[in-house]
Design a protein around this ligand. Sequence first.
Ligand SMILES: Nc1ncnc2c1ncn2[C@@H]1O[C@H](COP(=O)(O)OP(=O)(O)OP(=O)(O)O)[C@@H](O)[C@H]1O
Length: 243
Amino acid sequence: MQRETLAAQAVPAVGVAAMRYRWPGAADDCLSIEQFEIEAGERVFLRGPSGSGKTTLLSLVGGVILPQAGTVSIAGQPLAQLSAGARDRFRADHLGFVFQLFNLLPYLSARDNILLACRFSATRRARLAARGTSADAEAERLASRLELGAVLHRPAAELSVGQQQRVAAARALIGQPGLIVADEPTSALDADRQQAFIDLLLDECAEAGAALLFVSHDLRLAHHFDRVVDLVQLNRVVAEAGA
Ligand SMILES: Nc1ncnc2c1ncn2[C@@H]1O[C@H](COP(=O)(O)OP(=O)(O)OP(=O)(O)O)[C@@H](O)[C@H]1O
């Protein structure tokens, strides 16, 4: 079935409606977004200048922070309706994050860092079981695809920046969450490695049917994506301030 047909039938991967967010203690709102949706399986490139609120929007999409007004839904689930504990579990089941600074546990091996995502999510383990595989086997497959096979046993602290980033990608992808969120994941890589990393992320998302929300300053990467969203245009705070 075509991805477009699938997307038309599925609930959006991300739904933001009449949403407003102000950081505690701040005089003004940081974000005010009337409507923003990412379809199931859609690949969105989010751009915006430094300080425009890209990371803040990702934190809202992850339910790490909650808006003062409006809703943020993931796979049809409004995040604010969940208790803090349920939100943590929902995030572990349905979202994979690749951060600017990777957030790996330095003393754990590359393999254990990848497997952490499954340890915290019975749903990810169940998805793997339904495909006839296990978390260990899938960690091996992703590691080999990401050219990490030789370093799987090594502590994350001993890996190069590029290797750490690929471990972070494998951890986000394992167990097929419906949404991958990536915040400047290629900023530490040279041009060749950027290309390889993006190809891999897009391939794995396509295979898993996962939507991808990818934040970057680097517009040269935008042509890989279904849609480019400019936060300066999406955010009414900026639009009103500039009016
Ligand atoms: N934890 C926080 N507490 C208070 N204000 C914050 C916090 N994090 C971000 N902000 C403020 O929110 C605004 C948006 O920041 P944010 O990090 O979301 O921007 P960004 O677009 O991701 O920037 P960059 O491209 O530089 O990473 C900024 O004015 C910033 O100072």
